[in-house]
Design a protein around this ligand. Structure first.
Ligand SMILES: CC(C)(COP(=O)(O)OP(=O)(O)OC[C@H]1O[C@@H](n2cnc3c(N)ncnc32)[C@H](O)[C@@H]1OP(=O)(O)O)[C@@H](O)C(=O)NCCC(=O)NCCS
Length: 209
């Protein structure tokens, strides 16, 4: 069966959420730690696919979803739309805590109500960001590089000048991947558990007037 990278379709949502859960704990299954199987996907996969489907890509292994890359071209606008368009459908199920989080799941609820956390002045020159996750059997075979290649090509065409990713610093495998792709560390004050990496996107000659 041929493995292809294709654009996301709304019918992929269930698979997207499944792959997200199976990979979201620095590449491992997040469900044992988080419990609630909706929290990771509604933060790190669903809103991107819903709000910017043109920048959502699926690794399709003959009808089964083996991985994905979801993105926004404009983090500032994405944070705004997350609050205005995505959160209202979820806030009833996950109301704000009103107190410090006591569990990993509650920490995610806190993130859900704080989309503005994504907007950091240090990232101004890297307005796009993305999340990428592949099931274990599909790693190390060039698909991650290919998915990022699709994204950067589409971002360049759209005139976007830079892209960043916020990765859990403990995820050393992902860090090696981004290093190989030429991403560099973007210094961010108080980054918490994350390391921010980015790359500038020069326009291709054929795109310049
Ligand atoms: C991180 C991830 C997206 C990388 O995709 P991938 O398909 O495995 O990576 P590729 O096969 O395209 O590798 C691209 C380059 O990175 C290198 N690389 C990838 N993973 C690596 C690792 N664990 N250690 C060292 N190098 C690595 C490859 O050797 C390759 O180098 P080359 O092309 O210069 O020879 C994928 O492994 C994954 O989904 N991991 C689990 C979820 C995750 O951590 N997501 C990222 C969260 S920020």
């Amino acid at each position: 069966m041929t493995i292809t990278i294709r654009g996301y379709r709304p019918t992929d949502q269930e698979d997207l959420y499944e792959v997200c859960n199976r990979t979201a704990d620095a590449g491992e299954d997040a469900r044992p730690r988080i419990g609630d199987p909706l929290l990771m996907p509604i933060l790190f996969a669903g809103p991107y696919a819903a709000l910017e489907p043109e920048l959502a890509y699926v690794l399709d292994d003959g009808g089964s979803t083996a991985g994905y890359l979801v993105a926004t071209a404009d983090t500032v606008q994405f944070a705004h739309r997350f609050r205005a368009e995505w959160l209202p459908g979820l806030a009833g199920r996950y109301p704000p805590l009103g107190r410090p989080a006591r569990t990993p799941a509650e920490e995610l609820v806190g993130l859900l109500h704080d989309p503005q956390r994504m907007v950091l002045p240090a990232l101004d020159r890297y307005p796009a960001h993305f999340h990428i996750d592949l099931l274990p059997d599909y790693r190390g075979r060039g698909y991650g590089r290919a998915l990022v290649g699709h994204l950067t090509a589409d971002l360049r065409t759209a005139g976007v000048t830079g892209v960043h990713v916020g990765m859990v610093t403990a995820n050393t495998a992902a860090r090696q991947f981004y290093d190989r792709l030429g991403f560099h560390v973007i210094p961010v004050p108080d980054p918490g558990p994350l390391t921010y990496l980015g790359t500038r996107l020069q326009p291709r000659e054929e795109d310049t007037p």
